[in-house]
Design a protein. Structure first.
Length: 246
């Protein structure tokens, strides 16, 4: 692997040796020279090829694992992880974010109904008793690989929604076309492990890490427009944010 990547270690550089290894492997991953799923030689062999100590190589590999670029798997070794979809924390839809980044997402509508809202949904969307909502679950894929399992509830007094439209467009695009001007959202991000329902749909093992998001969006008139519970494959998805000191 070291020869294939042409890793160059400059012992006169002020950059620590382990970090030079990190930089070289990062560059190979981001350039596509090391593709997702590629296996790396074990640390002893890598250290020998680069004439580095094993602790130095271990430190480099540990940092790459912590950064999410490599993963260690029992019985398999060290591999390059799948390239992640990195999503900025702003009021946008997953569909919009993917298409704006040159991806071609596909959507499978797993369930769709127009039904009377239950009490928790009435409270979240601030609707009177007896109100109906659109309730649907979608599986979002990128490059044929499952990325997100999304369940949403949308008030039905904005625009008509059907399963066919949701299979070809993003939800926010449909709502904007219906006259919604999104203003803000309440959002909570968390984590869970895949259960026996989610794992097969997301093509991951039960117990695998999932990123979770709960969101309720509000338009410029103050209406609670939609609420949703989404789960994403932890090896393919992350959020990005900028923190500002006040």
């Amino acid at each position: 692997m070291a020869n294939q990547l042409s890793l160059h270690i400059d012992r006169s550089s002020p950059v620590p040796l382990y970090h030079q290894v990190v930089q070289g492997i990062e560059a190979a991953i981001h350039s596509g020279l090391l593709e997702p799923g590629s296996r790396l030689d074990n640390e002893i062999d890598l250290a020998a090829r680069l004439n580095l100590s094993r602790p130095t190589m271990r430190k480099a590999m540990d940092e790459l694992v912590r950064s999410g670029l490599l993963v260690r798997k029992r019985g398999v070794g060290t591999q390059v992880v799948s390239s992640q979809v990195r999503r900025p924390l702003e009021l946008s839809s997953l569909y919009d974010d993917l298409t704006n980044n040159g991806k071609q997402p596909t959507t499978e509508v797993l369930s769709f109904s127009h039904e009377e809202a239950d009490q928790p949904t009435l409270a979240t969307l601030q609707l009177p008793a007896g109100s109906k909502v659109y309730h649907f679950t979608r599986l979002r894929k990128v490059g044929g690989k499952p990325l997100a399992l999304m369940e949403n509830w949308v008030r039905d007094d904005i625009t008509k929604i059907d399963a066919e439209t949701l299979s070809s467009e993003g939800l926010y695009a449909v709502l904007r076309r219906g006259g919604v001007n999104f203003r803000l959202a309440s959002q909570r991000i968390g984590a869970m492990v895949a259960n026996d329902y989610q794992a097969p749909l997301l093509e991951t093992a039960m117990g695998s890490a999932l990123v979770t998001m709960e969101r309720t969006a509000v338009d410029d008139t103050g209406r609670m427009v939609e609420t949703g519970h989404h789960v994403y494959r932890g090896d393919s998805y992350s959020f990005e944010m900028t923190l500002v000191q006040r």
